[in-house]
Design a protein around this ligand. Structure first.
Ligand code: NAI
Ligand code: MG
Length: 491
């Protein structure tokens, strides 16, 4: 392995915080065990950081912002650092994919896909930062008014465990391109790749103090970071509940936030749809990453005329799905931890008890290690859209299929949850494609396709409880900066 392992402790590889361009142990010296979800065995450890470590990292980032050169560098030079980081991600792609896959349990091909997307984020933002500019504004006679896009200062990024490399890349790419400095708190269940990326960023020429990573629990390190008075902007991806807590913490300092929260994203299948094209996409949108995707397509709404055909086709496919260890590269891996496994199992059991028809179940590979957090995919049919399994984010390989009558009915059911992240619309009718895409309340709508977590170029974010602010694409550069207006009175 690389230089990121500075010492080996009894339980395995000991990863460190990355502050001010160096690896540092937490102040307390306390550690969190890192277990592989595939077998439940501990193979590494990370620092259990607290408020003092957070303070150290934030001060390092604030100093780097104030002293420069990062925030004052020409945008093109910052961009070159990010481009080089993208190339380093590519160069170390196999190592990063293996690390991510082992840490999260995701099948190795998903780890590789995440590395490719990560590389693309740094490449995209490497080339984007010098293309954003302000306006000149017609104003009173004798005046010239113009706007600049300025960095916020210190950006705090609180990252979840489902796509650690990718989500860090979309946050760091946009934040750094605009000249901010960064303190990242990855999830306690998946921190390893973030530490490695900070190190590679340093190698790519990102100056000390610009890219800091501290690991630890949300309630300690995460809470201290979101409330720190020297943090200028907070960006978070994760659960709706934690998003509320982070906004409350950031509100104490009246700081801006971007919130990318949960979803219950529908795919609407009309009777005239190309079902052969739709079917594999409908399955993949919920099975990818074991359903642990904020934009997972977790509801299928099917027009009555083709309901039987779609439900039968999905059941056939679901019954063949197999979960197994990350390195076996099957249809899906284990879930992230025991708690999530129990949560998903509890929601499926409750749906069965409520009398909802279980149409099919996948399986767990016979030779999957007993200590892993596996869950066999579950498909529910004829689901009443008001039931919990059709309303709440499960965050597992669980799909709810609901029939609908007509276009108005489909839109009503699609919009009938408290979320609004992504939607899919399957129809050959051009007018309907436009009407439905406009009326569905979701930050992204795919017509005759679906991209769970995909598309680094595409602005992404929620309506309603799915959050606010936009990440990805060019749009993220606006969230990661603030407009300054300058007015000259020249007579
Ligand atoms: P979480 O939202 O609590 O954790 C995400 C991140 O927030 C982690 O880095 C965690 O350490 C941090 N965090 C937790 N509490 C915090 C606090 N009070 N202040 C600051 N940071 C804090 O998610 P968790 O508990 O791991 O998963 C529970 C559920 O959340 C899942 O079942 C799923 O429904 C949802 N979730 C959604 C994600 C998404 O991408 N939309 C990602 C992860 C979880
Ligand atoms: Mg892990």
């Amino acid at each position: 392995m690389g230089t990121h392992i500075s010492r080996t402790v009894a339980e395995g590889l000991a990863f460190m915080n990355f502050i001010g361009g160096r690896q540092v142990e937490s102040v307390s010296g306390k550690r969190i065990d890192v277990a592989s979800p595939s077998d439940g065995k501990v193979f590494a450890s990370i620092p259990e950081s607290g408020a003092q470590d957070v303070d150290r990292a934030v001060r390092a980032a604030a100093r780097a912002f104030e002293d420069g050169p990062w925030s004052r560098m020409p945008a093109v030079e910052r961009g070159r650092c990010l481009t080089r980081l993208g190339l380093l991600v590519e160069k170390h792609g196999d190592e990063l994919a293996a690390l991510e896959s082992r840490d999260t349990g995701k099948p190795i091909r998903q780890g590789k896909a995440d590395v490719t997307a990560t590389m693309r984020y740094y490449e995209f933002y490497g080339g984007a930062g010098d293309k954003i500019h302000g306006d000149t504004i017609p104003f009173l006679p004798g005046y010239t008014a113009l706007t600049l896009r300025e960095p916020h200062g210190v950006v705090a990024g609180i990252i979840p465990w489902n796509y650690p490399l990718q989500i860090l890349a979309r946050v760091a790419g946009a934040a750094l391109a605009m000249g901010n400095t960064l303190v990242v708190k990855p999830a306690e269940d998946a921190s390893l790749s973030a530490i490695r990326i900070a190190e590679l960023a340093h190698e790519a020429g990102v100056p000390e103090g610009v890219f800091n990573v501290i690991t630890g629990y949300g309630r300690d390190a995460g809470a201290a970071l979101s409330a720190h008075p020297m943090v200028d902007y907070v960006t978070f991806t994760g659960s709706t509940l934690t998003g509320t807590a982070i906004q409350q913490a950031a509100a104490v300092n009246n700081r801006g936030v971007t919130m990318e929260l949960g979803g219950k994203s529908p795919q609407i299948v009309f009777a005239d749809a190309d079902l052969d094209a739709a079917m594999p996409v409908l399955v993949n949108a919920i099975i990818q990453n074991g359903g642990q995707t904020c934009s997972a397509g977790s509801r299928i709404l099917v027009q009555r005329e083709v309901y039987e055909a779609v439900a039968t086709g999905l059941a056939e496919r679901f019954s063949k799905l197999v979960a197994g260890p990350h390195d076996a590269d099957l249809d899906l891996g284990p879930l992230i931890n025991r708690k999530q496994q129990e949560r998903v199992a509890g929601m499926v059991a409750a749906a069965e008890e409520a009398g909802i028809a279980l149409l099919a179940r996948g399986s767990v590979a016979g030779d999957a290690p007993a200590g892993g957090y596996y869950f066999a995919p579950a498909l529910f049919g004829s689901v009443d859209p008001e039931k919990a399994i059709a309303q709440e984010e499960v965050f597992g390989p669980v799909l709810a299929v609901t029939p609908f009558e007509d276009e108005a009915d489909a839109i009503r059911i699609a919009n009938g949850t408290e979320f609004g992240l992504v939607a899919g619309v399957w129809t050959r009718d051009g007018g309907r494609q436009h009407r439905v895409a406009k009326r569905v309340r979701a930050g992204q709508v795919f017509v005759n396709g679906y991209g769970a977590g995909g598309g680094i170029e595409l602005p992404f974010g929620g309506f309603k409880k799915s959050g606010h602010g936009r990440e990805k694409g060019f749009e993220a550069l606006y969230d990661m900066s603030a407009t300054k207006t300058i007015v000259f009175n020249h007579g």
